[in-house]
Design a protein around this ligand. Structure first.
Ligand SMILES: Cc1ncc(COP(=O)(O)O)c(C=O)c1O
Length: 483
């Protein structure tokens, strides 16, 4: 009589199985990169298609790894918009690169949780060190360096960094009393009409109320008008309100506009307001000395952020957030329950990054950034940043030379805003036709009340041939529409 099979003692993947399947996954990703240009850049599926292809319930029995990976190809890939395609020109990029992916994999392998220095000293110390490297490599003010009063921390996104800046600014303006008593003062914040929506979200979340966020008008190049800022502050003060924060942008989302940071900074200093600079996309440009004039005025800033996950070839998520006064940030966010107390924290000799952002737990994100910086070297990163800017400037020339098109604003770096002469409807049709074709992917914005197409050139692997082909396709579709 056959005996009953022994119950399994473990369902886990053994290290040997992990090695085998890990190689399969790395092979899969390498093959994916090799064939990425054969996919339509924008996923072409209809809403609900992916869910309809998945089983109603979770599997009760274990499945083979082979079956799971096969379903990635069959069920998941059709629903992917290929952000890593060199023909991706939408939004701002969200770049991956080999070293970043491998650094991230290693971070998953350690599976550590770096909330405190004590829970993995390397997680904290590498982060501090790499963020200090960037202060020097990007010519940021030394006050953001950990050897001074400030320092940097990796946040998940610029949205979170912007939120922390608003919270710290609120506490400074209210002598650290809002944390205890709630916001009693009539606080008012300022940013431009072109600032990212995460600023408004931060103002709402911080209990300031978005009616107390003034959206300052912009000039011809969509940059904040500093005289309008000064006037708004004066008006609010006269009305008995308490201005506390200005957020400037180095590279707005819609058009890459550069706010006049120096003038804004001087106004902040005059009125003792917190000055935060959001450089989510364009901060990376400062790796190249020739672009650093765009961040002139940062010496006035109390806080600053940029996203290596956009243009520094470091997988999502990775935002670098710097403050000039780390003590204030920590006072704003720190709560110390008994279960987190430890000798290292008590010694005062270590950084506990849990006090530098919203969440407690944290991944080892510095590893991927460290891999990127070492693998490319600053020179390698500069090379690719310069190349993207060169390609964008070239694309802008092509737009200028084709009289059917207009350049909406001269591109400061690598985002080109353009439109086909004619109405919004025509431009929408042009963009839809291009995106439907799958050959490239573009997104739109609205500038001076008109629908405007954005050509964002910054994907890790975008080369001249991709930009040339994109322009050819744009011209072809334009000819078809205008005939
Ligand atoms: C200027 C600016 N700030 C903030 C953000 C938000 O970025 P994140 O997704 O990192 O929150 C963006 C996104 O494009 C941006 O362009």
């Amino acid at each position: 009589m056959a005996s009953n099979p022994q119950p399994k003692s473990s369902f886990h993947m053994s290290p040997e199985e992990f090695r085998q399947h890990g190689h399969e996954v790395v092979d899969w990703i390498a093959d994916y990169f090799n064939r990425i240009e054969s996919y339509p850049v924008l996923s072409q599926v209809k809403p609900g298609t992916i869910r309809a292809s998945l089983p109603e319930e979770a599997p009760t029995k274990p499945e083979s790894f082979e079956a799971i990976l096969a379903d990635v190809e069959k069920l998941i890939v059709p629903g992917i918009t290929h952000w890593q395609s060199p023909n991706f020109f939408g939004y701002f990029p969200c770049n991956a690169s080999g070293p970043a992916i491998l650094g991230d994999l290693l971070s998953s392998g350690f599976g550590l949780q770096g909330m405190l220095w004590a829970t993995s000293p390397a997680c904290t110390e590498l982060e501090t060190h790499v963020l200090d490297w960037l202060v020097n490599a990007m010519g940021l003010p030394q006050k953001f360096h950990s050897s001074s009063t400030g320092g940097g921390v990796i946040q998940d996104t610029a949205s979170s960094a912007n939120f922390c800046a608003v919270l710290a600014a609120r506490e400074r303006a209210t002598n650290l009393e809002s944390n205890g008593k709630g916001v009693r003062e009539k606080l008012v914040a300022y940013t431009s009409t072109q600032a990212h929506s995460s600023i408004e979200k931060a103002i709402k979340m911080a209990g300031i109320g978005n009616e107390n966020l003034r959206l300052i008008e912009v000039g011809d190049a969509f940059a904040m008008r500093s005289e309008a800022l000064a006037a708004a502050i004066a008006k609010d003060k006269d009305a008995g309100l308490v201005p506390f924060l200005v957020c400037g942008t180095m590279g707005t989302t819609s058009s890459n506009a550069m706010d006049p940071l120096r003038q804004i900074g001087a106004i902040c200093r005059e009125h003792d307001l917190w000055f935060h600079v959001d450089a989510a996309m364009s901060g990376t440009a400062a790796l190249c000395p020739e672009f650093r004039q765009l961040q002139g005025g940062l010496e006035y800033a109390d806080s600053y952020c940029f996203d290596p996950h956009k243009w520094m070839f470091t997988n999502f998520d990775c935002d670098c957030f710097y403050v000039a006064d780390r003590k204030l940030l920590i006072q704003t966010l720190s709560v110390l329950p008994e279960y987190l107390k430890n000798k290292a924290t008590e010694s005062g000799a270590v950084i506990d990054y849990r006090d530098w952002h919203v969440q407690l737990g944290r991944r080892f994100r510095a590893l991927k950034l460290w891999f990127v910086l070492r693998y490319y070297g600053v020179e390698g990163l500069q090379f690719h940043v310069r190349e993207h800017v060169r390609l964008a400037q070239q694309f802008a020339e092509w737009i200028r030379d084709d009289e059917r098109f207009e350049l909406v604003v001269p591109p400061p770096l690598n985002l080109v805003c353009f439109r086909l002469k004619g109405g919004d409807e025509l431009n929408q049709q042009l963009m839809d036709a291009l995106n439907r074709s799958g050959d490239l992917f573009l997104t739109q914005t609205r500038l001076s009340e008109r629908l405007t197409l954005r050509m964002s050139i910054g994907q890790t692997n975008t080369e001249e041939r991709h930009v040339e082909r994109a322009w050819k396709r744009i011209q072809e579709e334009a000819s078809r529409l205008l005939n």
